[in-house]
Ligand binder design. Structure first.
Ligand code: C2E
Ligand code: CA
Ligand code: CA
Ligand code: CA
Length: 281
């Protein structure tokens, strides 16, 4: 009886009530956002560190909320995953990116080797239709999968699940490039990594940030770059903000990098001005 009383008390706790209302608002808002396609893609340049040339762009979604303004993905992607809305949102993102890529590829000045990276939520891999939906979008938009990098987190491969492995093999067969995002944050076993058809490891920005702090932290980034290279993969560093970080990553032979030092994520209209200017240092 006592615990029931407690529960009833909580039900009328004004804070919880407020939280519940906010959650309900967010859910309604997100459903409407999906219907009305209130999302927009920003693109962040990815630079080849040996040459300063643009290698590609990462597509990063934002929500243009009618009253609250631009909302960052960390404030709605986790909620969308919980509410089962990540599937329509992430497929909209993938399709929009492919449409954009198709437009660029019609322009003969557009470098043929530029890639666009798309983040795929781990949740998508529990849907057995994922591959056929991707196939459909590729067919409709007529883009070459070789120009698309799919970023997945370590959690996707951590279970070492045969169905997921099979899906990744199928994506690989279609010539998509596969990247492990936020590498180092998800405890993936190195022996697992070996058995997946991966092209690159993206070193999480938290490691780049602490790289120059002390002797212990110093060793992590070179180790991760070494792991990438020993497995025949490229290393990508994210969150490069300072010339010192860039210089250090270059001296470690890190292949690619992105971060505010080069550019914040930008709207697609600004991409052409990035394409034809190399970074120099
Ligand atoms: P992420 O994939 O690790 O993306 C990198 C995040 O770091 C982006 O935040 C980017 O704006 C930010 N960033 C880039 N350069 C710097 C820098 O120099 N310093 C710092 N401090 N931050 C930098 P954003 O755009 O807020 O995205 C956050 C996360 O939301 C992404 O992390 C990704 O996990 C998720 N996300 C973004 N777009 C999508 C999407 O289209 N689909 C899915 N499923 N998730 C997405
Ligand atoms: Ca990413
Ligand atoms: Ca990342
Ligand atoms: Ca991250």
């Amino acid at each position: 009886a006592k615990s029931l009383g407690r529960a009833r008390y909580h039900l009328f706790d004004p804070d919880m009530h407020k939280q519940a209302i906010e959650l309900l608002d967010l859910e309604n808002d997100l459903r409407r956002a999906v219907e009305r396609q209130e999302f927009i893609i920003y693109y962040q340049p990815i630079v080849r560190l040996s040459t300063g040339k643009i290698a590609g762009f990462e597509a990063l979604v934002r929500w243009q909320h009618p009253t609250r303004g631009l909302i960052l993905p960390t404030d709605f992607i986790p909620a969308a995953e919980e509410m089962g809305l990540i599937y329509p949102i992430n497929t909209w993102i993938f399709k929009t990116v492919c449409q954009q890529l198709h437009i660029w590829q019609q322009d003969c000045r557009f470098p043929t080797n530029i890639t666009i990276s798309v983040n795929l939520s781990a949740r998508l891999f529990s849907n057995h239709n994922l591959i056929s939906i991707i196939d459909n979008i590729i067919y409709q938009t007529e883009v070459n999968p070789a120009n698309i990098e799919l970023e997945i987190t370590e959690s996707v491969i951590m279970e070492n699940n045969d169905t997921v492995k099979n899906m990744l093999q199928q994506l690989k067969q279609r010539n998509f490039k596969l990247v492990i995002d936020d590498f180092g944050t998800g405890y993936s076993s190195l022996s697992y990594l070996h058995s997946f058809p991966l092209n690159s490891l993206k070193i999480d920005k938290s490691f780049v940030k602490i790289m120059q702090e002390n002797q212990e932290n110093m060793g992590l980034v070179p180790a991760m770059i070494g792991i990438s290279h020993s497995m025949g993969m490229q290393a990508i560093a994210e969150g490069i903000e300072t010339p010192e970080q860039l210089a250090q990553l270059r001296s470690l032979n890190c292949d690619l990098g992105q971060g505010y030092f080069f550019s914040k994520p930008i709207q697609h209209e600004l991409i052409p001005q990035f394409l034809y200017t190399d970074f120099c240092w």
